[in-house]
Design a binder for this molecule. Structure first.
Ligand code: HEM
Length: 494
């Protein structure tokens, strides 16, 4: 009893101090009125996750484009859809730190590129940047092609149905792609339903999502069932990556540079893992743990993001037959054999209209709907002092639908990206911007173009019957809680 009273008193004192500090600094920033202790959390708790975007958008329409939300008894966050704040934060090396939900990723990804901060992040970023050069990405186009052939076969089985949820099929395809690109091995997620590794990747992603939207304070996490599920999943995931690293290390010590050329003089494909094994930081090779952090980071960051982008692009196309026809025409201008073509990098770069379509899909449905930052120093902007330690949510989803920046924001118009000089790089931010932007964006664009090119050459995409209204939810990535349904018709090629 006495302990409970002491704990409650301590909590109250901390609450009081934090509230005083926040009200001193942020008193001029508007936002919904918090309820004692619960802040604004109750507004979210009564809603399913697909109601949250609407709730935040309502707040912003009511109070302003930059607002304070009390997301718990002791914590507040700034949420913004204002270009000025986006630019100020994303362009600066002073504001590259992340906290909050990013810490949930560390049990799996350690402090790899996505989650690291300070000097470690800078050194890793410098080391990894060359791995995403076009000359290296050439290694991966064959993977995109081979893996998407299986995907197409799976879709062919769905032809003629009124409604198909494409998101699980796309997700298995992108998992196959990233696994082969990152680790150099095939996990056959699309064909082997019972792969333990695939199942555990899915378990981890769902636990991360649940933690992000859970009202339970992180301190209490070790007392939840998910904590134990996570432990079991991580055992499998880490053992899998460790084993592959070990095998690749042993193979590499037996190989010379020439061994990477096969007997017809063609260079063998290198995975990101092979590049990491050859990399050094300050003249020292990376440890196994360092390598595992980065391989696991690519696995996490490189599969759900591309899956969301491909699925939403297909959905948007299903309701825009005229845009599909323009896309198909572009394909006929690039390829003679539309059925069997294997796109090369130059051919993928020729797909200019497809690029506009993908950009527009990523505007309306950004795979990463929020970008988080934690201020490591005070920031003063337009007379407001944002204090050190403040968590800031750059609300990309709302920014991309702000009519001030994108007229008729709900219309799907790829042509708005025709003149790239008119697009502000801090307003259109699907891959974030500035020093901490997405390192994998060129890889992602090539993957999206390669797979979507094949889809367009094989099918006509139609709306599902009945037509589906998406239930968009900002989980670790943007998802639709009721799936992403379309209908498929075989494309007649004359
Ligand atoms: C359509 C696909 C993709 C989208 C929309 C996307 C978007 C993003 C965004 C918005 C960020 C910043 C996240 C933040 O600061 O919280 C990011 C970071 C990152 N992305 Fe991507 N991404 C995509 C695909 C990929 C792929 C395929 C890879 C790897 C092969 C990748 C690797 C990374 C990494 C490692 C980071 C952390 C970079 C750093 O902090 O320096 N991403 N991505």
């Amino acid at each position: 009893m006495i302990t409970s009273v002491v704990v409650a008193l301590l909590l109250f004192i901390v609450y009081y101090i934090i509230s005083r500090k926040n009200s001193k600094y942020l008193k001029n920033v508007p936002g919904p009125k918090p309820i004692f202790f619960f802040g604004n959390v109750l507004d979210f708790l009564v809603l399913p996750s697909w109601g949250w975007i609407g709730c935040l958008t309502n707040y912003m329409d009511t109070y302003g484009s930059t607002i304070i939300v009390h997301d718990g008894p002791l914590s507040i966050g700034l949420v913004t859809r204002e270009a000025k704040l986006f630019e100020h934060i994303l362009s600066s090396y002073a504001f590259i730190n992340k906290d909050g939900p990013y810490t949930y990723l560390q049990s799996w990804l350690g402090t790899g590129l996505l989650t690291s901060v300070g000097t470690k992040w800078k050194k890793r970023r410098r080391m990894l940047t060359p791995s995403f050069h076009f000359s290296i990405l050439d290694n991966f186009v064959e993977i995109f092609d081979n893996v998407s052939n299986i995907f197409i076969k799976k879709l062919e089985r769905e032809i003629g149905k009124d409604s198909v949820d494409i998101s699980p099929l796309v997700s298995l395809m992108t998992l196959d792609i990233i696994c082969e690109a990152a680790m150099g091995i095939k996990i056959n997620a699309q064909s082997e339903k019972n792969s333990e590794y695939v199942q555990k990747v899915k378990v981890m992603c769902s636990i991360l999502t649940e933690r992000m939207i859970s009202p339970i304070h992180p301190i209490l996490y070790p007392f939840t069932i998910n904590y134990f599920r996570e432990k079991r999943a991580l055992k499998v995931l880490h053992a899998h990556t460790d084993k592959i690293i070990e095998t690749r290390m042993n193979e590499q010590t037996d190989k010379s540079e020439d061994d990477y050329t096969d007997n017809v003089g063609k260079k063998q494909r290198l995975a990101f893992l092979d590049l990491l094994l050859k990399s050094t930081i300050d003249g020292e090779p990376l440890s196994r743990l360092d390598i595992r952090e980065e391989v696991d980071t690519f696995m996490f960051e490189g599969h759900d993001t591309t899956s969301s982008a491909i699925s939403f692009t297909m959905y948007a196309l299903s309701t825009h037959p005229e845009i599909q026809e323009k896309l198909f025409l572009e394909q006929t201008n690039i390829f003679e054999d539309l059925r069997n073509a294997k796109p090369s990098i130059p051919q993928l770069q020729e797909m200019k209209y497809l690029e506009l379509v993908i950009k527009e899909a990523l505007r309306l449905y950004p795979s990463v709907p929020f970008n988080g930052r934690t201020l490591t120093e005070d920031l003063e902007l337009d007379g407001v002092l944002y204090p050190k330690g403040l968590n800031i949510m750059l609300f990309t989803f709302a920014m991309h639908r702000n009519p001030e920046y994108f007229p008729d924001p709900l219309e799907f118009k790829p042509e708005r990206f025709q003149d790239s000089s008119r697009v502000n790089p801090y307003v259109y931010v699907p891959f974030s911007a500035g020093p901490r932007n997405c390192i994998g964006q060129k890889f992602a664009m090539l993957e999206l173009k390669s797979t979507l090119s094949k889809v367009i050459r094989t099918f006509e995409l139609l709306p599902a019957s009945p037509v589906q209204d998406l239930q968009l939810a900002p989980e670790t990535i943007l998802v639709s809680k009721n799936g992403i349904h379309i209908s498929l018709k075989k494309r007649i090629i004359v």
